[in-house]
Design a protein around this ligand. Sequence first.
Ligand code: HEM
Length: 233
Amino acid sequence: MSSLLCSSIGKKLLMGLSGLFLMIFLLVHLGVNALLLVPDGGELFNAGAHFMATNPAVKIMEPILGLGFLVHIVYGVVLTLQNRKARGSAQYASGKKTKGVTWASQNMLVLGITILAFLVLHIAHFWVKMKVTGSDLLEHVTINIGGVPTEVENAYALVNATFSELWIVLVYVVAGIGLAIHLSHGFWSSFQSIGFSNNLWRKRLTTTGQVYAWFVGLGFALIALLQYLFFQA
Ligand code: HEM
């Protein structure tokens, strides 16, 4: 088993599986965050955040998500370094562009590091305040969940206050575009790494991947931008 995970195929498989897992997480995360755009003073978003914070199934997924990120980052760095070493100076030899090689595919590591830098800031702004340090902004509010008045953390107030600062919104816009470019290659590449690709499917997965990537990347960027422009008191 351990020799499989250390082999080139095993590493690619783990990279693909962790990539697919993270892409599902991003869709769910975007779905919950889209509630920030409902003009109801944050009630629906707070209900969504409360569900995510208290649902046992989501709680079980949290450490698995952390592991997914860790595997993806570690194997991403290892595979990129291995590929560079294997190619050596050959990649510069012809000086010509290889057909089918995109800018995204050649810059996955740099894009990944940019997303990681964004994540450090993002976790410090939200996750740390909600799970570790607390914040005055999170003071409980009572909302109506299925007809039952329920006390929940005011996660909306924290997010809304964070997106009142232009520099933070600009970071989200840049990170969203970086994420879209990363995913535009990562989507079909993940399927290829788990062995699910051939000439026909590669074309389909490339197109689906472009739609998915820009939908998710621009979706996150737009939520931050619209919060800044239209949702400040
Ligand atoms: C509009 C953009 C975004 C908003 C408003 C947002 C909001 C949040 C909030 C409120 C939390 C804390 C949830 C909790 O602890 O209960 C969180 C956590 C997290 N976010 Fe985001 N997020 C955004 C974009 C992103 C992006 C682009 C990524 C990944 C590239 C990301 C990855 C994560 C991760 C890994 C966590 C920690 C795990 C979790 O608590 O679910 N987020 N986000």
